[in-house]
Write a new protein. Structure first.
Length: 231
């Protein structure tokens, strides 16, 4: 499928109200690059392209012009079944990821069976200079290493990160809120000892309080741990 044919298909699925909403909630992307195609339709298109086998040329067309092309790219990479191919294409694409939606919605299924290999890459990603590569690495650590494969060294890795980037700090907060829901006793000391920067610390507590997975008594205690900023 040529780039022109693909863009024609995307415009055929355009929803202008949805486009306007996307522009508001993803301020990092230029409004002119958003067509306005709903996520389920993009996922279905990516699945169709992947199934046809005619996706390799599209994956080479970086950088893409439209947000929806980046979304398609993310969904196609997420569906590649061979670990080596998936990781190779992911590494090529990550430097071009420029918004939270593309970053957070990209989750290769093959990683579930290859966590040891994934962990090696996560350690590299969170040390990147690219904010959305760092965010992706934290997201993968949150998705794959907070349950049976949890190790106390993982929250230590995240707590050691310092960034001026909003989307990195928001993901750190999200990681710790999720970790408090799943590994409360192991992760609580990071909050009690205030090992995150003040903003991220308070945001992690806020997200924890909003979570339905954390009991009310723990929420009450977490509230007492907020950092009070002096004017």
């Amino acid at each position: 499928m040529s780039e022109t044919d693909l863009q024609r298909k995307l415009y055929a699925l355009q929803d202008l109200k949805y486009r306007d909403m996307q522009i508001k909630i993803i301020p990092a992307i230029a409004p002119g690059t958003v067509i306005g195609v709903r996520t389920p339709e993009l996922r279905a298109m990516a699945k169709e392209i992947l199934k046809s086998g005619n996706y390799k040329e599209f994956l080479k067309e970086l950088p893409h012009r439209y947000f929806e092309e980046n979304q398609l790219h993310a969904f196609i990479v997420s569906g590649i079944k061979d670990l080596h191919e998936c990781m190779e294409e992911l590494e090529k694409f990550l430097p071009y990821v420029d918004n939270w939606a593309t970053c957070d919605q990209m989750s290769p299924k093959v990683f579930r069976k290859h966590r040891d290999e994934l962990l090696v890459h996560i350690k590299k990603w969170i040390g990147s200079e690219k904010p959305f590569t760092v965010r992706f690495g934290i997201g993968m650590l949150m998705e794959h290493f907070l349950d049976a494969d949890f190790d106390p060294i993982y929250p230590e890795m995240v707590a050691g990160l310092r960034s001026e980037e909003y989307y990195v700090n928001m993901m750190i907060a999200w990681y710790f809120a999720t970790a408090l829901a799943k590994q409360y006793e192991s992760v609580l000391p990071y909050i009690e000892k205030k090992q995150l920067d003040d903003w991220t610390h308070n945001k992690a507590i806020q997200k924890s309080i909003e979570s339905y997975r954390i009991p009310d008594d723990r929420k009450r205690y977490l509230k007492t741990l907020k950092v009070i900023r002096r004017q």
